[in-house]
Design a protein around this ligand. Structure first.
Ligand SMILES: Cc1cc2nc3c(=O)[nH]c(=O)nc-3n(C[C@H](O)[C@H](O)[C@H](O)COP(=O)(O)OP(=O)(O)OC[C@H]3O[C@@H](n4cnc5c(N)ncnc54)[C@H](O)[C@@H]3O)c2cc1C
Length: 460
């Protein structure tokens, strides 16, 4: 990885695929709800499967990696798994690689994304230089921060395909080394953990060693770990968590670890953080027989989708006389100085464990209207993905609503890939309705694409 990079090949053209897609889009009648026909998704809003949809075949390739300029030209439906596979041979990676292999570049920009490099590099859309977008009205525009479509460029992140679809994105890349050295640092309180995040966020280092990646795992109110990743050219050994050993358990067991950079980037995918345990995939009697190639987040998500469609878990709970459960699957951004308050509420009222922490500061000083985080503030993304038993008289939505209220109270933000319960007025106040409506008017006047509120809250 650290020898001279090969010369950049010419860019693969994709105008034929764009023309074909535009024609297919034009043939969709105005009365029909437009949906992407994609084989994978990482959304957590399950709808009944529909036939048809907009066929996006041929829009899932890396068109060019330019090692000299450190940029890549990438089609919108390209998965990060394929994107990383294309850039690593050049000793490069995207500035933020979301943890799940089938998240696509377009999905991470239109629906946001985050990872352990986010305390340095912000969110994935902040390293996009330009985007070719099929807009709701059927035109194709090139949106850049400095051209006539600059407002669309800024308003596209968090628009969830409701203004248009990104067909090609030019993104920045950063150099990597062959290995990542991990330090799992324990803390016995949120306050001490938050203090360490503040120090690392300010200095970019810990105990005089540079920190390239920073995330955290909370096993309980008094058991938190920060995992500090540092690129290195040499490693005394490397660990493998793609088979019988399980990454998140290693955090408690060892202070230092080494992973190949490729394996570091996908460390969370193998067990979908820790969520694979719900399918028995971590059980010692099952794990050795679970094919390695099926230890993947997209496999587990398909299982959840099947379960939701057929109501299997719900029937199981009912038959055994157990209470129904509410899925509480969310990522929220909390200002670092309110993290302790949030986790105190969370342990007391929700009680899910483990919880994932990922510090993030916007890279861009101007901010992004549809997800208005303050560029001067260091936030911590708190991720939790499980179900919670409902009490007597409680209905689905009880816990998610409580979380929404707490996040608002603490000046946080909630991402929209899962369920949301906001009333329209509050939703548009939080996600800049004025800018959104202006963009909708300009790029999808006839409303061929569904509205952001309908999509993310009503789930239609
Ligand atoms: C359990 C769980 C954990 C998660 N953890 C993380 C995490 O740690 N880090 C992280 O970064 N993200 C995480 N996510 C969220 C994920 O990044 C977002 O859901 C993302 O939008 C999914 O991208 P996708 O490519 O799978 O898109 P899809 O699921 O296919 O689509 C997502 C939305 O984006 C729209 N869309 C898709 N492609 C395009 C495009 N080319 N142009 C415009 N709109 C498009 C779709 O219409 C849809 O509304 C998590 C999600 C779950 C369920």
């Amino acid at each position: 990885m650290e020898s001279d990079p090969p010369a950049a090949p010419d860019r693969v053209e994709h105008s034929d695929e764009v023309a074909a897609l535009t024609a297919r889009y034009g043939r969709i009648p105005a009365s029909e709800r437009v949906r992407l026909a994609k084989s994978t998704s990482n959304l957590f809003r399950f709808r009944a499967p529909v036939s048809g949809g907009l066929d996006v075949t041929g829009l899932d390739r890396v068109l060019r990696v330019d090692p000299r300029r450190r940029v890549a030209d990438v089609q919108g439906m390209t998965t990060f798994e394929d994107l990383v596979a294309a850039t690593l041979p050049y000793g490069l990676m995207p500035l933020v690689v979301p943890q799940l292999k089938t998240i696509t570049l377009g999905g991470a920009v239109a629906g946001l994304g985050i990872e352990a490099s986010s305390f340095r590099n912000g969110l994935p859309h902040e390293s996009v230089l330009e985007m070719e977008i099929l807009t709701g009205d059927g035109g194709v525009v090139l949106a850049r921060p400095d051209n006539e479509h600059a407002e669309l460029f800024r308003g596209f992140p968090n628009s969830y395909g409701s203004l248009g679809y990104a067909l090609r994105l030019l993104i920045e890349l950063q150099p990597v080394r062959d290995y990542v050295r991990l330090r799992h640092v324990p803390f016995d309180s949120t306050a001490s953990c938050a203090e360490a995040i503040e120090r690392i966020g300010r200095s970019g280092s810990w105990n005089e060693q540079r920190v390239d990646f920073l995330d955290g795992t909370v096993f309980g109110a008094n058991e938190l770990y920060l995992t500090l990743g540092t690129f290195t050219s040499r490693a005394p050994y490397t660990s493998d968590y793609t088979g019988n050993r399980i990454y998140y358990r290693s955090i408690r067991d060892r202070e230092v670890d080494h992973l190949r950079t490729h394996d570091y980037l996908w460390r969370w995918d193998t067990d979908w953080f820790w969520c694979s345990r719900a399918f028995g995939a971590q059980h010692p009697a099952i794990r050795p027989f679970w094919p390695r190639r099926l230890l993947r987040s997209d496999v587990y998500r398909r299982l959840v989708s099947l379960d939701q469609r057929h109501g299997l878990s719900e029937r199981f709970y009912r038959l055994r006389g157990r209470p129904s459960r509410e899925p509480v699957i969310q990522d929220v951004e909390i200002p670092l100085d309110r993290l302790a308050e949030f986790l105190e509420f969370f342990h007391r009222e929700i009680g899910i464990s483990p919880v994932w922490l990922c510090p993030v500061r916007l890279r861009d000083s101007q901010g992004w209207p549809l997800y208005p985080m303050d560029p001067a503030t260091l936030y911590v993304n708190v991720g939790f993905w499980a179900t919670v038993p409902l009490g007597e008289g409680q209905s689905v939505g009880t816990y998610n609503r409580a979380i929404e209220a707490e996040v608002s109270e603490l000046d946080g933000h909630k991402s929209l890939y899962s369920t949301a319960y906001y009333e329209p007025e509050e939703f548009w106040r939080r996600y800049d309705g004025a800018t959104y409506q202006r963009l909708k008017q300009r790029y999808d006047e006839a409303g061929k694409l569904p509205d952001l509120y309908d999509k993310c809250v009503l789930g239609t």
